[in-house]
Design a protein around this ligand. Structure first.
Ligand code: DAH
Length: 364
């Protein structure tokens, strides 16, 4: 006989030997890579069993069925052996990897140093939150501001001493009339010109003054400004709002007072004082126990406030017969000094992370 059957021995014995060889090769394979080689050799297209299978066609038809069944069983046995060994090798490899990659979670690690929000930033957020939780909005304005908005719109006339170059930093060329804003109050004017009434806004931000740099002064500092314009607003609303802010900042029981003052943009105007938290007024008229915090005055100045001057409303296009409002402004640095006992303003600008860390969480 000639034909493919010549090349393939299809006896049961030989087929069993193929199966035995395949099973042995699988058992010998220790890794996925070795098992792959064994699979190609014993279960691949060119394996002895595959060739034998292809040779069936060359058999006499009556012999095909029996040999076909034999080979079918043989291939199934090889496939089962392969699958079983694959599972074993896979498991063993995983176990070995878990051992090799084991880490000791109790070892000390080098901690990446965690920074902290600057206390000024944290306090700005905290103060803004007091207002946004009452439905007020936060407004912003540019730090390089038009001279008109910084002064004239706020009823600060051309002859006002604050407009002198000794206090105000002008941006060159002077003829452009741009200043570094000396307070956050121009945002009031911007808001009144831009927004719909009623207005309830706070504006935190940087301000600039040609000041000395010492423990209690920095030429660049921060203020928060508040403005409320609505129908029927009076000084009583202002007092209530300031008391709420003071309690939120310094805790229940803090005392505030409004002391008559002058600001061109408010009428009447007042300064807001806080009862001295150190001596609680005990140093007043008591030379034996002087207080450095309030300079034995009993009160510490916190900020300015007042009923918005109708001239400002008119300059910003608001009907002063229908609407009225109040405004206030205070220094964030001052608030931080009182609230967190940060005695030296220079610490606030030096950017030493230890300062921020020392107040981390305290501003919250
Ligand atoms: N702009 C004032 C200042 O920088 C602070 C101030 C006072 C703001 C009274 C106000 C106010 O809104 O009503 O000194």
């Amino acid at each position: 006989m000639t034909g493919p059957t010549d090349q393939a021995d299809l006896s049961q014995q030989t087929i069993d030997a193929h199966v035995a060889a395949a099973t042995a090769a699988f058992a010998a394979a220790q890794t996925t890579a070795e098992l792959k080689q064994a699979r190609l050799a014993h279960a691949g297209d060119r394996s002895a069993l595959a060739l034998a299978y292809r040779a069936i066609g060359g058999l006499a038809p009556e012999a095909r069925k029996e040999v076909g069944q034999l080979l079918g069983k043989a291939r199934a046995a090889v496939a089962d052996a392969l699958a079983a060994r694959e599972a074993e090798v896979g498991e063993a490899e995983l176990a070995a990897r878990l051992v090799a990659e084991r880490i000791d979670v109790t070892l000390p690690v080098e901690l990446a140093p965690v920074g902290a929000a600057h206390p000024i930033t944290a306090l700005i957020e905290l103060m803004s939150d007091v207002f946004t939780s009452m439905g007020w909005e936060v407004a912003e304005g540019p730090e390089a501001e038009g001279e008109w908005l910084n002064f004239d719109a706020l009823n600060i006339g051309p002859d006002h001493p604050a407009r002198g170059t000794s206090d105000t930093l002008f941006v060159e060329p002077i003829a452009d009339h741009i200043v570094l804003r000396t307070h956050t109050s121009p945002v009031q004017a911007r808001t009144m010109l831009d927004r719909e009434l009623p207005i309830y806004i706070v504006c935190p931000g940087k301000v600039y003054r040609a000041d000395e740099f010492d423990a209690t002064h920095v030429p660049v500092f921060h203020q928060i400004e508040g403005l409320c314009i609505d129908k029927g607003i009076s000084l009583a609303n202002l007092k209530g709002t300031l008391d709420h802010l003071a309690t939120s900042m310094f805790g229940e029981g803090v005392e505030t007072r409004m002391r008559p003052h002058y600001f061109p943009f408010t009428e009447p105007s007042a300064e807001v004082d806080l009862k001295c938290f150190v001596c609680h007024g005990a140093s007043v008229g008591n030379p034996d126990a002087p207080c450095r915090t309030c300079k034995s005055q009993g009160w510490i100045e916190w900020g300015g406030c007042g009923v918005v001057n109708p001239r400002v409303l008119i300059a910003c296009g608001i009907d002063a017969d229908v609407y009225s409002g109040f405004a206030f402004g205070m220094g964030i640095e001052r608030t931080l000094m009182f609230r967190n006992n940060a005695a030296d303003m220079r610490d606030m600008v030096e950017g030493d992370v230890r300062f921020s860390r020392s107040l981390k969480g305290m501003a919250r």
